[in-house]
Design a protein around this ligand. Structure first.
Ligand SMILES: Nc1nc2c(ncn2[C@@H]2O[C@H](COP(=O)(O)OP(=O)(O)OP(=O)(O)O)[C@@H](O)[C@H]2O)c(=O)[nH]1
Ligand SMILES: [Mg+2]
Length: 463
């Protein structure tokens, strides 16, 4: 991204690599339409540069000697009404690896530079069409795994979060300018009235920031998802539970303990939250080398999980492996499932309750599908806190935004202290200005270039 110049023409495939109906090469920059004219011959003989904006033209991409490379449709969108606010031409060729590659090569031969990941969106940001939260929303939409994640990202793209942050920021800017005006007339001491109005303004800003921060946990789950790991001894029914939750025979189930040797990962949508669910190898003491590696992997997955589903077998007495696993849960988020309730009650329920409490305990039979509804309900409750406010309201879903909001909150709390002891006004102004800076980081108004570059590097090519 270091080599990004806003005054050159960039090109990149915007469709994923591989075979498909259509492959799109996007070209952006002042003169993009004229550049594509060099490698394009329209069926009508008319040049693209003579065509009105937002039109599609049929023809062929040709190489330097005029040989046809592929039959294409070219859309042109002239500045400023385009994704990047620059002239944009999109070449729709056949969606094969070779054809996309060849058209791309011709675009480069005609003078385009191969774009870096996220560079089109970066230009939209640098050209002022969208702010940073909106640019980040673009990548979030692309990566959305559930409708709810996407709805939240679309809301962010339409400026929901920016509007809230800007409103807070503007009120603080007003406050600082009042102070600065007072400082300009040193013969006037800052009035008591000004202090109390500053106190109020900062108080309101803190309240608004607090409200946004309250949504951050839910927001992160909606955007990034949650990892859920099924843990337990061999043969307790972990893979059966995975298959039940996915409603497909994803993992191998047999009555032989040690069937699952490696972790099996799948995505699940629970109340709109993308959940990565992992079935693991049964945990037990073993001398088998492969199984041992599997067990280590299970524990590692569980250590990093947001939520652990520990399964116990109702039909067998608890043993030291079960007890160790219950001990492992301490200090983590978990649900304990006693499975196979259709068989006997050999597992000592009192002992289980003593160890992990009653609240997080569920009894069910995956085989008979009894008690499984309660599990689904409990999962929903845990994931959403019993309350899904996402979708219409603004959710802070990005850790970067949350960090900046927290920094702004700290600065404003400092400002309140400064006001409370009636410190000189320039101190108050300093604290508030600091908060303004942090809020500006969210929308990108005050952010260092290298941080901006890092944000766009996470994008995919052609976006
Ligand atoms: N009776 C009864 N059997 C069950 C139930 N759930 C699973 N089983 C059976 O228990 C056996 C083991 O099930 P799995 O799902 O493979 O168990 P696992 O925990 O994945 O086992 P490993 O992969 O070896 O760690 C299979 O024969 C299942 O059909 C249940 O609720 N009741
Ligand atoms: Mg298994």
């Amino acid at each position: 991204m270091k080599t990004a110049y806003i005054d050159d023409i960039i090109a990149a495939p915007s469709t994923p690599p591989g075979a498909g109906g259509i492959g799109i090469i996007r070209v952006s920059g002042m003169g993009a339409v004229e550049l594509v004219d060099k490698i394009f011959v329209s069926a009508s003989g008319k040049r693209l540069s003579e065509k009105p904006t937002h039109t599609i033209t049929y023809g062929n991409i040709v190489d330097g000697s005029g040989t046809k490379i592929d039959e294409v449709l070219v859309s042109i969108m002239r500045a400023p009404n385009s994704y990047t606010r620059e002239d944009v031409a999109e070449i729709n060729c056949h969606g094969g690896t070779a054809s996309v590659k060849r058209v791309m090569e011709e675009a480069v031969r005609a003078g385009a530079r191969a774009a870096e990941p996220g560079e089109f969106t970066k230009r939209a940001f640098l050209n002022g069409r969208i702010d940073l939260t909106q640019a980040e929303a673009v990548i979030d939409i692309i990566n959305s795994k559930t409708e709810l994640s996407m709805k939240n990202a679309v809301n962010q793209l339409s400026g929901g979060l920016s509007a809230r942050v800007k409103a807070i920021r503007e009120r603080l800017v007003d406050a600082v300018s009042t102070i600065e005006a007072a400082i300009d007339y040193p013969e006037h001491d800052i009035e008591e009235e000004t202090y109390s109005s500053l106190d109020k303004t900062v108080g309101y800003a803190l309240k608004d920031i607090g409200e946004l921060l309250k949504t951050a946990e839910m927001g992160k789950m909606v955007r990034d998802g949650v990892s859920l790991v099924i843990l337990g001894k061999p043969n307790v029914g972990k893979s059966s539970l995975l298959n039940f939750l996915l409603d497909e025979e994803r993992a191998i189930v047999t009555d032989i303990p040690g069937t699952t040797r490696d972790t099996v990962e799948e995505y699940l949508n629970i109340a709109g939250i993308p959940v990565r669910i992992t079935d693991t190898a049964g945990v037990r003491q073993t001398d088998d080398l492969v199984e041992k590696i599997g067990v280590e992997r299970s524990v590692k997955m569980a250590e990093n999980a947001d939520l652990i589903l520990l399964m116990l077998d109702s039909s067998r007495e608890l043993d030291s492996d079960d007890l160790k696993l219950m001990e492992f849960l301490k200090g983590r988020k978990y649900i304990v499932i006693i499975n196979k309730t259709d068989l006997s009650n050999a597992a000592d329920k009192n002992l289980i309750e003593q160890s992990i409490g009653r609240e997080n305990l569920l009894e069910l039979s995956v085989k008979e599908k009894t008690g499984t509804d309660r599990l689904l309900k409990r999962l929903e409750e845990i994931l959403t806190g019993g309350d899904i406010q996402a979708g219409d309201g603004v959710l802070v879903s990005n850790v970067r935004h949350r960090d900046s909001l927290e920094s702004a909150e700290r600065s404003l709390k400092k400002a309140l202290d400064t006001i409370a002891v009636r410190m000189p006004e320039d101190f108050v102004s300093m604290d508030i200005s600091e908060a303004i800076g942090f809020l500006g980081e969210i929308t990108g108004e005050s952010l260092m270039e290298d941080i901006i570059n890092r944000i766009f590097e996470k994008f995919c090519l052609g976006k």
